[in-house]
Design a protein around this ligand. Structure first.
Ligand SMILES: Nc1nc2c(c(=O)[nH]1)N[C@H]1C(S)=C(S)[C@@H](COP(=O)(O)O)O[C@H]1N2
Ligand SMILES: [Mo]
Length: 420
């Protein structure tokens, strides 16, 4: 079995063939034979009745440490301004469990009475409309799998001059993936009758932040959704219960939660949110206003920062890739700091504007290694190096960081954030 890229990256087909032929077959585990043949007393749980049925399932109590990482950067000054990162390095597959979807709240998570909540569609429309949840539930709905990513995801790598030795929950946890179900905004807008001069929609949330963003009418009509369900169940309070705007591929901030007003206008509103925090200062002193689409990005989740490898041998490298511009076309992985690259396998189905799982086997020989992943999307965009990304923006910019993530592996197996 031969490596097909430097640093021990293996072709999955070659790996399976080697195993079938026996002899030279590599194994991922040293323990299989001993475990199969061990004599063990029947564990207690095979001898006594189990627990009764319950109305809502929860993870095993032993998995209690798999939770969101909380950030309350203003502490007591403003405890309701906070965000929490998804522990990407503790999850497999491409979907984010609802209880682990990342959160960003500018004015706290409101406790909304769904019976009293209303959504207004007004402004440059023929027929202003007001909806309650029950009336929306009658509409034809669609289900789509999409990621949401905060524009500020990756802010530490963006601004810190030295790589911080923290995990993926901190470095890239402000992205999550769910199957969203709701009413296409085009249906609601057609019912209201958008006037020809209606070019923008100002969406406002019912939270204390009154978060508001201007959305081009083309995006609303193309694939905008009024999302009511998340992975089947009603969307969680954290995600905007009872309703939020979903704009596939657009920066998280525009996906207005707890939405209560959609006003059709001829101009953007230049709200605080879009003119302040969510504009991107460039190196040349200009500012990008309305940088809607999230760039192509990938991270290796296994192994990743703060993990320790359990000795040399075979490992399944695994990670996530996504792009606001479309589907993931290709993910290349390097185990030698970018000298050579190999194509990872993409887990099917590869969906547009959705997290995509990639995998590639790796034989680690115990020497220092630098792992990188580099994604390319269906629009032909490829992730920049960190140096190229930094060169484009002002040093203060934290938004739209999508540079290649590097992990250094030391001979004793420590995995740490690195700048490549
Ligand atoms: N009404 C309202 N909508 C909001 C926010 C908010 O604070 N209030 N936060 C925004 C930001 S900055 C992001 S990144 C996403 C996060 O969505 P999530 O909390 O469901 O992950 O919601 C956006 N929508
Ligand atoms: Mo955000």
């Amino acid at each position: 079995m031969t490596a097909f890229a430097g640093g021990g990256l293996l072709n999955r087909r070659g790996l399976l063939k080697g195993a079938a032929l026996g002899g030279t077959a590599a194994t991922f585990s040293q323990g299989v034979f001993e475990v199969v043949h061990a004599e063990a007393e029947a564990p207690e749980w095979t001898t006594i009745p189990g627990e009764e049925v319950r109305g809502y399932g929860l993870p095993a109590p032993q998995e209690a440490e798999v939770k969101r990482t909380l950030f309350q950067i203003y502490e007591d000054l403003s405890p309701e301004f906070g965000f929490s990162g998804t522990p990407l390095q503790k999850l497999r597959g491409a979907m984010t469990p609802n209880g682990l979807h990342f959160e960003v709240h500018h004015g706290g998570r409101p406790e909304i009475d769904p019976e009293q909540h209303r959504l207004m569609i007004h402004g440059l429309v023929e027929r202003p409309l007001q909806f309650d949840l029950a009336s929306l539930d009658r509409y034809p709905m669609v289900s789509r799998v999409h990621f949401i990513e905060c524009a500020g995801n990756g802010f530490l790598n963006a601004v810190e001059s030295e790589p911080q030795d923290v995990g993926l929950d901190v470095l890239a946890g402000l992205v999550s993936n769910a199957e969203w179900t709701g009413v296409p905004l085009s249906i609601l807008m057609e019912e209201a009758g958008v006037k020809p001069e209606g070019k923008w929609v100002i969406a406002i949330g019912a939270d204390a932040a009154g978060l508001s963003r201007s959305i081009p009418i083309e995006k609303i009509m193309a694939d905008g959704m009024l999302a009511l369900h998340q992975n089947g169940e009603r969307i969680r309070p954290e995600q905007g219960y009872p309703m939020r705007i979903l704009l596939p591929g657009y920066e998280g901030n525009m996906n207005v939660k707890w939405v209560t007003s959609l006003q059709v206008t001829s101009q953007p509103a230049y709200t605080r949110d879009e003119s302040g925090a969510y504009s991107d200062p460039l190196a040349d002193g200009n500012v990008v206003r309305f940088s809607f689409t999230m760039g192509v990005k990938s991270v290796i989740t296994h192994p990743s920062g703060t993990m320790t490898m359990n000795g040399p041998g075979l490992y399944g490298i695994s990670g996530l890739a996504w792009s606001g511009g479309g589907a993931i076309e290709r993910v290349e992985v390097s185990a030698d700091g970018g000298t050579s690259w190999a194509d990872a396998d993409l887990q099917q189905p590869v969906l547009s504007k959705s997290l995509t799982r990639f995998t590639i086997p790796w034989r680690w020989d115990g020497s220092p290694a630098r792992l990188l992943s580099r994604a390319t999307d269906s629009e032909g965009h490829t992730q920049p190096t960190r140096a190229d990304w930094k060169a484009r923006y002002h040093p203060s910019n934290i938004n739209h960081y999508n540079a290649i993530q590097a992990w250094d592996v030391t001979p004793d197996g420590k995995v740490a954030n690195a700048y490549a």
